[in-house]
Write a protein that binds this ligand. Sequence first.
Ligand code: IPD
Ligand code: CA
Length: 286
Amino acid sequence: MSASTDPSVTELVAVAEEVARAAGRLVHDGRPETVGVAATKSSAVDVVTAMDLASEELVRRELARLRPHDAVLGEEGGSTGGTSGVTWVVDPIDGTVNYLYGLPAYAVSVAAVVGEPDPAAWTVLAGCVHAPASGETWTAARGHGAWLDGRPLRVAAAPPLDRCLVGTGFGYVAERRRAQARVLASLLPQVRDVRRIGAAAIDLCQVATGRLDLYYERGLQPWDLAAASLVVQEAGGVVRGLRGRPAGGAMTVAGAAERVAELGVLLEELDADAPDAPSGADLEAG
Ligand code: IPD
Ligand code: CA
């Protein structure tokens, strides 16, 4: 399939938006006064709510109805195979901690990719990031553009680095956070300011919208990145890793090309993609 010319890219973005909006309605309208933690994952603060699970179930059900031959990779439910070559990469709630606390920065992220569903190997064809609390919806179709609520997006030329507003995020495990705090301490005096919004897909879409100049984060998962990376790229921005590598778990840097290159050099000098130091518990065990 030709990624940029296949007419189904337009159909895929319509499916992504329909499904993300349906899940967004469920999550937003069905949010109880007090949200409970249903389970924890990598650490005690890496939580799953009943709504993460319900949202992913809805997305899977709708995708099975609309695109029965496609595979799905979802944050909560893992991989389900398909035969069409298209995989839907889904974050049923990006920004779960915000959702837990009643903060509005959370989103449903749905993307269609071909190739391995891994940021180093995939081609993202279409994506939607829908933030139901603000009502904002970002869409992108490969080769066709990126939009916020139907308005075309272009990444603005960024100011010099010391006047850039930079978004970032942190992992859920203490050792990762220690390393991320070290990098942040060096970076913060060199930029206008830093924002930690709490939802990676929204951070990336804010770069495409000109509300952040740059974004970087270590530890992103495919579902954090899939839809929103296409939004940035189709808006004319760059999304990449360090040391010539593609964006992914080791590092993701996004923004206007020139500033991404500059921030990339700083992050490389700071070894922001270095493996985490082993924790005290690991040292004792090993
Ligand atoms: C998290 C958010 C957060 C980012 C973390 C992600 P989740 O996703 O996007 O902003 O810093 O790296 O894991 O857990 O809310 O889906
Ligand atoms: Ca999530």
